[in-house]
Design a protein around this ligand. Sequence first.
Ligand SMILES: Nc1ncnc2c1ncn2[C@@H]1O[C@H](COP(=O)(O)OP(=O)(O)O)[C@@H](O)[C@H]1O
Ligand SMILES: [Mg+2]
Length: 464
Amino acid sequence: MGTSGGSQMDAVAQRRVHSYAVDQVPLETLGSLADRIDTESATKVGSGSLGVVLVALDRPTGQQVAIKVISTKRVAECGESEARIRKEVRAMYDIDHPNLVRLIDVLYHPRRLPHIEWDPPYLCVVMDYISDSEPLSNKLRRFGRSVELANTVLPQIASALASMHEKGLVHRDVWSENVMISSSRQAILVDLGCAEYIQGESAVNSKLNIPYMSPESAAGQRQSLGDDCWALGLLVSEMVTGLFIRDRMGRSDIPLHFARPALGECKRETSRLGGQILSTITSGLLELEAPRRMSMQTVLAQCRAIANGTPKPQPPASAPKASGPGGFYVGQQVTYMPRSHNIRRAAVVVGRVAGRKAWQIQLTNGVTKEVEDSDMWRISAVDAPAPPPLKPNYATAMNVQAAAVQSARNASPVAVRLQAAPSMHIGAPPGARPTAVAYPHRMAPQGASVVMPVNVVMPGVRRI
Ligand SMILES: Nc1ncnc2c1ncn2[C@@H]1O[C@H](COP(=O)(O)OP(=O)(O)O)[C@@H](O)[C@H]1O
Ligand SMILES: [Mg+2]
């Protein structure tokens, strides 16, 4: 056990935590939570299988800290032992990376705490509070798929995992609930509750997150670095396609590679929507044969290619015509496609939103809207090719099986399998021809600024 993870900790805390994690001293020898943390100020920010995460004031630093409160009784009820917690603490102690949550202290509390339904005593893992953040899963649910987000998150999480792998640690619980995204788009990997040392004794696989299990761990093999590589490939696919693995399978009791058609579709969609580099990385990570799977170091090298391949924003030629992402400029006349209606509305570009990757536009009725860059296809320059005629007020049609989409921009036919999603307005008025117009929010190609006409094939209707 190194000392790197102790960089946030004072010497006394380091000694105590080291003794707890390695020398197996009893829980009660840890420092007292009440001596350090203002528990009265605690609010709940998250919860998981074993712990509730609170945020509260750390008196010595005057900072807000996150505290993962683990009831030892609850651990025992779940058929786990304290060794599992000691391992989590040890892993956190051993790591030190800007994209991995950092340990501050580990403390003991014998009495009931606010917001915790499970009985004391508690082990309290005090860590940096990732303020102004939300789990990646929430972000995907709110905004849908985003290649840009994948390009931002992937290098950060790959770097975090590569640093763990260098220490012989495998995270084993990489999924979108355990990746926090801050408002400045920093990605931080949390939850070392399943982490294992590859040289350690063979770990139990029964407590792993089943849909994300690598083929080897599903086959009962011992932990290996490839487990994280596989799960990272699935995480990238979720960002690129906007579809969670369990939704893709329609179940969560089997690993994805047991559902071969779903795995194939996952790879194909990711490579079609993600562009060349993300496609190469995802298919490398989702290699069924562990020895052939892409390593985290190679992922990082590929990510550098993303950074180099991304065109640098051009300096503005002259205000106010300086253009930004999407080629828009302040004062430009555009049309805007809202989420809730199928009608384009006239608007003008106001500017970039400070500190965010978004444009602000103003509609003719004076209302302003913020449009995230990942949603930029909602804005169209008025001098762009005219969008196809739209038919408003369509019902949302579920169970659409497949569709052929023609890009209105370049008129090249693209076959797309559309999966009905609540955010997708698609369909036609009752009794109308089978050809309809759709606004596939999630499936729109990145940066598309036109609405695509879609020939919809509905059950019982002529297949195109
Ligand atoms: N340091 C932190 N700062 C802010 N939120 C956090 C932090 N750590 C965890 N969380 C939130 O709490 C949730 C549960 O924490 P986690 O460590 O994943 O617990 P579990 O092992 O029970 O899944 C996370 O998904 C996240 O939303
Ligand atoms: Mg978790």
